[in-house]
Every structure is written in structure tokens, then in C-alpha cells.
Design a protein around this ligand. Structure first.
Ligand code: MGD
Ligand code: MGD
Ligand code: SF4
Ligand code: MO
Length: 708
């Protein structure tokens, strides 16, 4: 019936526009209906061969976001205190920014310029290129991203073991036995691994074999399959003891180890002490169950173990992720059907064996004050505040924030505004006057995903079933909004530094990347994609390539041991047991919410209020009733919250979502209450995991006290 409308590619033309969602990594196909130039409806795209009609409630809400009356659609200049802005023309704004940035950089050097690039721009192709190209134009190297709240630890573990940053992930399509550590894909829809119909995949695995979810909370995913309840940050002990079991019981793939790995002997020696008996108390899972988990995993023919953010932000996050990789490798699950390894999407090349570029390697750009290492070219955000406030050569003096909200998303975020006040210049490219952008000297309006042409290039290599899609903008930019890439190229040109952007468009670059990949030999290019508006599957056997050519180490071997990991293991062995009576906090993601930025959309937030989840016994011990109020505090701060009692949680564990407690230019979000979780998480470089600089966002002790 809806097909009566004509499919069109002309932005803003009446008819149906094929597009895809760029809110989370599922990248679901959608069809937007435009009538009289306005989007009136967004429905799932049943003809998208990848998501086949799957979307969640957030996808269609992109249209509400685009038309939100509180959205910033003209350049704004700060003319008073934080949040006090006056509209200004693009020319005036960019000329003034160019002049002030040039002066600041001339006085303090290119190193005094920093970029904070957030999660949403990384979801699109042209938007993801904008900040790196601008850095290249400036000659700067200081980049802050959410990586150290999200993936630095897994990226580092992958670099140390495989010599590359290319993500490794399970073969959901063929696996019969899947262990999930610290991920809730039925809500998050997956991360660092793309499968929009994740639930369908898990159901099929469960029907063929088993899906086991290791999590301190009986999550939506755990409830549906088998759940093993673990203490927060217990995984390093559990996984270490599982490796110990595989070694002790000789359940290892010796042939694979001999041919493709080194360091096994060191690993065996270093893990001798980490027995299941010793681990049991530290992870809250008894020794027999740990052994059974390891044995069953080894015995299953098509098995894989995956992890996500629940493994990534603890005190030993890099070691934990390395153990997870090792579990797959040692048990003989690497690069085989139903197992674990690299993907083969449209941009993957057979030979990536030179490893990451030097500036992206571990520790290449250490933080000026604390010396904490960079990972993937990104600075740990626990150093951001002191890099702005500690005087001396290289102190951050100018800051460009591209689609990030660090006041809400970084540890100690609420402290940042004071540091922003000392900057020569702060510019934000955002959709809203946020808790962060309200402190900028300028806010430059950007397009939403619906207002830009795009290609899912970056994501093709970590798709369970690779697919490629190019889409045009559904509508032209609203108001005076522009694309990040165009804004920053224009700014660079006004500074006389436009050459770094070259003459190729982001889509010329995408075309070249497609042609250079494995599929390019078979003819994959941008024109092919344009001829397949709903996107096309890249059909090729996932394991049909020589994986040794993807290994970045010169010896083309997987390194099971490394000095960084050895250090971390030593640190683990010396770490004292935790106070069993303390409450520990974990993070909570909900379906209707995405980090800090869709809370102004009524359709999403109407029925969603941030609340602290607490086990009935823990609540009773503190005299807190369901729906009661409490303070949630740590040595670093305190927030007020409503409490929801739930026996889904393990005793001694509480869960709270991040990204709430709004106080900026989004009135509906402000009205939802809640507290900014990053006001109470451990902060400062000393609180980071030392190997990767990862923020410690979960597992720390909290106090909960009933309030009136
Ligand atoms: N609806 C929705 N979807 C999202 C997002 C969102 O905000 N909302 N955010 C997107 C982003 S940016 C990301 S990075 C991904 C993240 O994707 P996921 O990692 O799948 O997301 P989470 O739901 O946070 O799942 C983490 C799980 O780890 C558990 N956990 C916490 N601590 C521990 C621990 O010590 N050990 C173990 N084993 N488990 C632990 C938590 O209880 C939680 O269930 O989601 C993306 N998708
Ligand atoms: N305590 C705690 N903190 C966390 C986490 C946690 O679990 N616990 N999770 C972490 C994770 S996984 C992540 S990924 C980070 C996210 O951290 P950030 O990326 O810093 O924060 P977001 O909430 O995603 O805010 C993104 C900003 O981009 C704007 N925006 C939206 N779309 C666009 C666009 O297309 N272009 C531009 N230029 N701007 C846009 C939004 O208005 C918003 O201001 O948060 C991290 N912080
Ligand atoms: S799962 Fe929801 S938010 Fe994620 S891409 Fe699909 S529609 Fe968008
Ligand atoms: Mo994330």
C-alpha cells in the first residue's frame, strides 16, 4: 500500500526515500516518506537485504530530532554567560573562529589545539572524516574521543595480540555455542560486531546449541537464554581461570598454537597461580562451574566467546579483553566456521600486515602531564581536565568539540566547564545547546543523518553478514545546518590550511577504498552501490582469506604474551580482595535512550525515567522502598535518584544509566531529572586502567542512602 508512493533520490522531493539509521551500529534500513517537503513518516525497509525490516523505536525518532524546535539550525555566538548566544552569519562566525584559532595556535603551538570528537559523528562516513582532516590541516595530534569510555581496552588487547586494530568477533551465523560477556545485544543491538537481527541470530544459536550470558544483571538478553551471574569486574578472574583449566586439562589446540602463535609457554607459566579455586571468590562463580564453562566451550565444535563494554571499563580491562581473545585462540576457535576472527567486508584487504600507522600505536602520543598512553591515536579522557588546567608548554588552549557531550559522557564531566572557561577558543559542532556546547564561544549547526548523503564504509569489516549501502540525503539541511566535513574544510581554507582536505570528496575516497578492498577486484565500487538503493549483501565465505596476512606483527604470529600483559597480570596477582559488603555500580543502557542525546524527543522519553536498580535485600537493608529516593555517592561526588527494586540484579550490585541529569538548551530532557553518573565515577589519570588509560566506569564502590 505504502508502495503507491514513488521512490525518489532527490533530497526533499515528495515520495519515499530509502535511507538507513545511524544511531547505533545495527544501521537498520528505513524508508522515509516526504510530503510537501517534510518527513511525515519513517518505516522499516523490508527490502534492505541486511536488516530485512528490523528497526527499533529510536530510528523513526530521528525525524522528531530533525524537526525539534530546540535544535540549533543557525550559527550561534556566545554573547554572555554559558548558554547565552546570539545568531550570527556563517561568514562572520567562520572568519572570527579562523582568526582567533590562528592567533592561539601561533602563540601556543599546534599541540595546544585539541579535538573532542564524539560518538554520533563516527557513525557516518563524511562526518567521521571531518575532525581527522581538520587535525591534519592544523598539524595537531591531540584527539579525545569516547574511546577511553568504550573501546580503548579492547583495541589495545587486539593490537598487542594481533598487531592490528581490525576488530575480531564471533561468527554468529554459524556458531552453536556462544558465550557473551558484558554485553546486552537485545537492547544495545550489538557493538564492534554488526548484526541488526541479533535476536534472530541468538535464537538460532540457542536452537542449535547454547547461548550463555555472563553478567551481574539478569538482562533482557540473559533472561532469554542461559544466565551466569558474575561480580562486577570478576571476568578477568573467570577468564583467567578458564584459560588455566584449558591448559591444566590439555584442552588446547596444539596444532594451531604451533603454527600460528608464540608466547604460549610464557602464558602457561604466568597463569599457573590463577586456579578456579582462587578465582571463585573474586568472580562469585564456584570453581566447578568455571571448569565446566571452560570444558564445554572447548568441546563445542562451533563455539565463540564475545565481550563488550561490560568487559571494557574495569580495573583490568586490557587484560580481560586479552584473556577473551586467548580463550578463543587457545581452544581452537580462531578463524574457523562458527568461531571467532576477522570479518571480510567490502573494504577489507588481504594484506594489512603492516599494522597500524605509527601515531595510532599504543603510547605513541602520551599525555603531557600524566604520561598516560594513547590508544588508537586517542588521549584518555581522564587526562582531559588537567591538560586544560595545568600550565606549561602544550597546555590545551583551543578546543573543537564535534558531536560530543563530555560534560555528560566523561568521568568528572561536571568539572570540565571550569576548565573550558580558561580556553582562548572553544567551538562546538552540534545539534543542540548541550551541557557542553553551552560553554563554547560558537555553536555551529550540523545536519542530522537524514540530511546527509552517506555510505556505511567504516562498518563493513565488522559485519556478521557484510552489506554495503550508499544513500542520499532524505531532505536538504534544515535552516542553515551544514555537514561537519564542509564546515571544517571551509574553516581550514579560511586559515589558509585547506590543502590538507585535498580536492577529493569523501565519496571519491569511499570509492577508492571500495576498489582497493578484496571485493574491489570483483568490481565493487560506488556506482555499483548507487545502483542498489536498498543496499547489497557482500556474499563471500567469511573465512575465505588468509588470516595471517591480517596479522600486523612482523612474524605474522598471534602473540599470546606481551610485556604489557605480563605487567597487568602481575598487578592482578597483587590486587587485594574487595570488601564483600560494599555495593558496586554497573551501567544500564535502555532501549529508548542513546547515550546523552535523544532525551529531548517526547516519543522516546515519555515513559523512560532514569532510576537506580537495586536488589530487594540491598534496598531493605537501607530502608529504601520501590519508588523511594536515595543518594548515590562515592568519594568523587553524589547524585540523587529514584530507586527501582529488582531481583534481576545480583546482591551487592546497583545499576544506573549514564547521560541523564540534563541542564541545558533541551527543555524536555531537563525535565526528566536524574543525575549525571559521571559526577560520581572515579576521575583523574590515577583512576584509569594504566595500560590503556581506560576510564573506570563500572565496578567501583558506591554508597546508597535513603533520602526524604
Ligand atoms: N538502546 C541503546 N543502544 C545502544 C546504546 C545506548 O545508549 N542505548 N549505546 C551504543 C553504544 S555507544 C555502545 S558502546 C553499545 C554498547 O553495547 P553493549 O556492550 O551490548 O551495551 P550494554 O547494554 O551496556 O551491555 C553491557 C553489559 O555489561 C554488563 N556488565 C557491567 N559490568 C560488568 C562486568 O564487570 N562483567 C560482565 N560480565 N558484565 C558487566 C552490564 O550489566 C550490561 O548488561 O551500545 C550501543 N547501543
Ligand atoms: N558513566 C558512563 N559514561 C559513559 C558511558 C557509560 O556507560 N557510563 N558510555 C560511554 C560510551 S560507550 C560512549 S560511546 C560515550 C558517548 O559520548 P559522547 O559522544 O561524548 O556523547 P553523546 O551522548 O553520544 O553525545 C553526542 C553529542 O553529539 C550531538 N549529535 C548528535 N548527532 C550528531 C551529528 O550527527 N553530528 C554532530 N556534530 N553532533 C551530533 C548530540 O546532540 C550530543 O551533544 O559516552 C560514554 N560515557
Ligand atoms: S536498532 Fe534502532 S537505533 Fe539502532 S540502527 Fe536500528 S533503528 Fe537505529
Ligand atoms: Mo559507545
Amino acid at each position: 500500500m505504502a508502495d503507491a508512493l514513488r521512490i525518489t533520490r532527490i533530497p526533499g522531493a515528495d515520495g519515499e526515500h530509502v535511507t538507513y539509521c545511524r544511531i547505533c551500529e545495527a544501521l537498520c534500513g528505513m524508508v522515509a516518506t516526504v510530503e510537501s517537503g517534510r518527513i511525515t513518516k519513517i518505516r522499516p525497509d523490508r527490502d534492505n537485504p541486511h536488516s530485512r525490516g528490523h528497526i527499533c523505536v529510536k530510528g523513526p525518532a530521528l525525524a522528531d530530532l530533525a524537526y525539534d524546535l530546540e535544535r540549533v539550525t543557525v550559527p550561534l555566538k556566545r554573547t554572555g554567560g554559558p548558554g547565552e548566544f546570539t545568531p550570527i552569519s556563517w561568514d562572520e562566525a567562520l572568519d572570527d573562529i579562523a582568526a582567533r584559532l590562528a592567533i592561539s595556535i601561533e602563540q601556543h603551538g599546534a599541540f595546544s589545539f585539541a579535538v573532542n570528537s564524539g560518538n554520533p559523528p563516527s557513525m557516518g562516513w563524511p562526518s567521521s572524516l571531518a575532525a581527522p582532516f581538520f587535525q591534519a590541516a592544523i598539524g595537531g595530534s591531540r584527539t579525545y574521543t569516547p574511546a577511553s569510555e568504550d573501546i580503548s581496552s579492547v583495541v589495545l588487547a587486539t593490537e598487542l595480540m594481533f598487531g592490528t586494530h581490525a576488530f575480531v568477533f564471533p561468527d554468529l551465523a554459524q556458531c552453536d555455542h556462544l558465550l557473551i560477556f558484558g554485553s546486552n545485544p537485545l537492547v544495545s543491538h550489538g557493538s564492534l560486531m554488526i548484526a541488526p537481527r541479533f535476536k534472530e541470530d541468538l535464537d538460532a544459536i540457542a536452537a542449535r546449541g547454547r547461548v550463555i550470558v555472563v553478567d551481574p544483571r539478569r538482562t533482557e538478553t540473559a533472561r532469554k537464554y542461559e544466565h551466569i551471574s558474575i561480580m562486577p569486574e570478576g571476568d578477568v578472574w573467570l577468564l583467567g581461570a578458564m584459560l588455566h583449566t584449558l591448559i591444566a586439562e590439555d584442552l588446547v589446540d596444539h596444532a594451531f598454537l604451533a603454527k600460528h602463535c608464540n608466547g604460549f609457554g610464557d602464558l602457561v607459566r604466568s597463569l599457573a597461580w590463577l586456579t578456579p579455586e582462587l578465582a571463585a571468590d573474586r568472580c562469585g562463580i564456584d570453581a566447578d562451574s568455571i571448569r565446566a564453562l571452560a570444558r564445554e566451550f572447548a568441546a563445542a565444535g562451533r563455539a565463540a566467546a564475545m565481550g563488550r563494554v561490560g568487559l571494557c571499563r574495569g580495573e583490568f580491562a586490557t587484560l580481560t579483553n586479552a584473556f577473551l581473545h586467548m580463550l578463543n585462540v587457545i581452544a581452537g576457535k580462531f578463524h574457523r566456521p562458527g568461531g571467532y576472527g576477522w570479518g571480510h567486508g567490502g573494504t577489507a584487504t588481504d594484506a594489512q600486515h603492516e599494522g597500524p600507522p605509527p601515531a595510532a600505536r599504543h603510547g605513541a602520543l602520551p599525555a603531557r602531564v600524566s604520561g598516560l598512553p594513547s590508544v588508537w591515536g586517542t588521549q584518555p579522557s581522564s587526562t582531559f581536565h588537567e591538560e586544560m588546567t595545568t600550565p606549561g608548554e602544550g597546555q590545551i588552549k583551543s578546543l573543537l568539540v564535534v558531536g560530543a557531550n563530555p560534560v555528560m559522557s566523561m568521568p568528572g564531566g561536571p568539572d570540565l566547564p571550569k576548565a573550558f572557561a580558561g580556553l582562548d577558543l572553544m567551538v562546538a559542532l552540534d545539534l543542540y545547546v548541550t551541557e557542553t556546547s553551552r560553554h563554547a564561544h560558537y555553536i555551529l549547526p550540523v545536519t542530522t543523518a537524514l540530511e546527509r548523503e552517506d555510505i556505511n564504509l567504516f562498518f563493513m569489516n565488522h559485519m556478521v553478514r557484510p552489506y554495503a549501502q550508499h544513500v542520499d540525503a532524505v531532505i536538504p539541511p534544515l535552516g542553515e545546518a551544514r555537514m561537519e566535513f564542509d564546515i571544517l574544510r571551509d574553516l581550514a581554507r579560511r586559515m589558509g590550511k585547506g590543502d590538507a582536505f585535498g580536492t577529493a570528496t569523501p565519496f571519491d575516497m569511499a570509492d577508492a577504498a571500495l576498489r582497493a578492498g578484496i571485493e574491489g577486484q570483483g568490481g565493487l565500487c560506488l556506482d555499483h552501490l548507487k545502483a542498489a538503493p536498498h543496499g547489497m549483501m557482500i556474499d563471500r565465505d567469511r573465512w575465505d582469506f588468509d588470516f595471517t596476512k591480517r596479522i600486523g606483527h612482523a612474524d605474522r604470529k598471534i602473540h599470546l604474551w606481551d610485556p604489557v600483559l605480563a605487567n597487568e597480570l602481575q598487578r592482578l596477582a597483587q590486587t587485594p580482595a574487595r570488601d564483600p559488603a560494599a555495593l558496586r555500580l554497573i551501567n544500564l543502557r535502555k532501549l529508548r535512550s542513546i547515550n546523552s542525546w535523544m532525551h529531548n524527543v517526547p516519543a522516546l522519553v515519555r515513559s523512560d525515567t532514569p532510576a537506580l536498580l537495586m536488589h530487594p535485600a540491598d534496598a531493605a537493608a537501607r530502608g529504601i522502598a520501590d519508588g523511594g529516593r536515595a543518594s548515590l555517592s562515592t568519594a568523587w561526588g553524589s547524585i540523587e535518584t529514584v530507586v527501582t527494586i529488582s531481583d534481576d540484579l545480583r546482591r551487592g550490585v546497583v545499576a544506573y544509566p549514564h547521560g541523564w541529569g540534563h541542564a541545558a538548551g533541551w527543555s524536555r530532557a531537563n525535565g526528566k531529572g536524574g543525575g549525571n553518573l559521571n559526577a560520581i565515577v572515579p576521575r583523574g589519570p590515577q583512576s584509569s586502567e594504566p595500560a590503556s588509560g581506560m576510564s573506570r566506569l563500572e565496578g567501583f564502590d558506591v554508597e546508597v542512602v535513603a533520602t526524604a
